[in-house]
Design a protein around this ligand. Structure first.
Ligand code: MN
Length: 213
């Protein structure tokens, strides 16, 4: 299996004014593509690993041959993380709104964090507290418990036995063209484009009795 860039469900300008067109185009077409190219290159002499879905490789990095483990961790992580990132954003205003829907994920967020505002504050703190490059996450653990997490570089919660519901890319390439050094403005703006309908769909899938591997 050759890994390929997933289809983007919206145009590069769909997330304006919060995420600018140029950033989207470069981020998707250049950065994400580079992770995929490097992942495919690493897997070329490892047909057994090349057949496995990326989630499976990242969920058990110890089982990946040492020669390509770092490449899978970095480039495979980059591929998986970005694929999820594009999916949990939307240009469709209706999908961004959760207030008019009865979403279980929102109910659970309120239960675990107090309310949406408190959750967003905790998530934003994780995004701001990540020194250098990395991601902030909302994750579900094996027992279905929600929590906020953060990883460095392209490390993914899958490698820690957790499934991310969504992640926010806080590498400078994700925001520098529009926000320069103002990561906080980018993090605050990002909440406007979250696809809560998709997050709910993912949460319901994960709330099944077993965690998919
Ligand atoms: Mn990125």
């Amino acid at each position: 299996m050759v890994h390929t860039l997933p289809t983007l469900d919206y145009s590069f300008d769909a997330l304006e004014p919060w995420i600018d067109t140029a950033t989207m185009e470069i981020h998707y077409s250049k950065h994400h593509q580079a992770y995929i190219d490097n992942l495919n290159k690493a897997l070329v002499d490892f047909p057994a690993e090349a057949e496995k879905p990326i989630e499976k490789l990242l969920s058990n990095l110890e089982a990946v041959p040492e020669k390509i483990r770092t490449a899978v961790r970095n480039h495979g992580g980059g591929h998986y993380n970005h694929s999820l990132f594009w999916k949990v954003m939307t240009g469709d205003t209706k999908l961004r709104i959760y207030e008019d829907k009865n979403l279980r994920i929102i109910e659970e967020i309120n239960k675990i964090f107090g309310d949406m505002e408190k959750f967003q504050a905790q998530f934003s703190a994780a995004a701001m507290g990540r020194f250098g490059s990395g991601w902030a996450w909302l994750v579900v653990d094996g027992s279905g418990q929600l929590s906020v997490a953060s990883t460095a570089n392209q490390d993914t919660p899958l490698s820690e036995g957790k499934k991310p519901l969504f992640g926010l890319d806080v590498w400078e390439h994700a925001y520098y063209l529009k926000y320069q050094n103002r990561r906080k403005d980018y993090v605050d703006a990002w909440w406007n484009v979250v696809n809560w309908t998709e997050v709910e769909r993912q949460y319901l899938t994960l709330s099944q009795p077993h965690l998919p591997q």
